[in-house]
Design a protein around this ligand. Structure first.
Ligand SMILES: [Fe+2]
Ligand SMILES: [Fe+2]
Length: 210
């Protein structure tokens, strides 16, 4: 029983670790774009910089969780990445093929990216709220503390994008993007995470991402 409990904790921590890592790497790229495309927008750039720093901090918290337990995370890839999947659905290409020039040249693409980040963060905020209420997380002081930090940071991640989109006079997420968000969320929750938990053949990483 204890082993199953720990496995489930590791599954959740692995999914978060991967997503926090991808989050901060992609935000570093977005910051590069912002510095070139909107260098005068200092407040927005500062907000994105804080967001990027927070995601890196979250990544390191999950990395410490595994280090403290002397284990490595499960080896999961882009199929468990919220932003990876969102980019695949919206931009029709894998995240690594999303090039900076394309985002720089097209306002439409840039706003799409902002909407996608905003939705990911709102989803994250709702998810953390549920996790903190679950006895499963409440029983583990380390995970509980990590999710409390995420809960505190999360609102400062969503609202700058929402504000920016409104200020730029473009629309907020529409039906298609909302459906994509729901699809990604529920396939993760109902199929992919249970699969990871139940499949004994899923390997662990040999080293941390960074
Ligand atoms: Fe995060
Ligand atoms: Fe976040």
């Amino acid at each position: 029983m204890k082993q199953l409990f720990e496995r489930l904790q590791d599954v959740i921590a692995s999914v978060y670790l991967y997503n926090e890592y991808t989050g901060y790497i992609e935000l570093e790229k977005l910051l590069d774009v912002l510095h070139v495309k909107y260098p005068e927008e200092r407040t927005f750039i500062q907000a994105v910089q804080k967001h990027c720093d927070d995601e890196r901090k979250h990544y390191l918290m999950f990395r410490n969780y595994f280090k403290k337990r002397n284990r490595l995370p499960f080896d999961i890839g882009p199929t468990y990445g919220y932003v990876d999947l969102f980019i695949l659905h919206v931009f029709k290409k894998p995240i690594e093929d999303l090039d900076r020039e394309e985002i720089l040249e097209s306002d439409r693409r840039f706003f799409q990216l902002c909407r996608l980040i905003m939705m990911t963060e709102f989803r994250g905020m709702r998810q953390v709220d549920k996790l903190l209420k679950s006895p499963f997380i409440q029983k583990d002081s380390t995970l509980y503390r990590i999710f409390k930090v995420i809960e505190r940071d999360e609102p400062s991640h969503c609202y700058p994008y929402q504000y920016w989109l409104k200020k730029s006079d473009t629309h907020l997420p529409r039906f298609q993007e909302r459906i994509t968000d729901l699809w990604i969320h529920y396939t993760l929750l109902l199929f992919k995470i249970p699969f990871l938990f139940l499949n004994p053949r899923v390997k662990r990483l040999e080293a941390f991402y960074a």
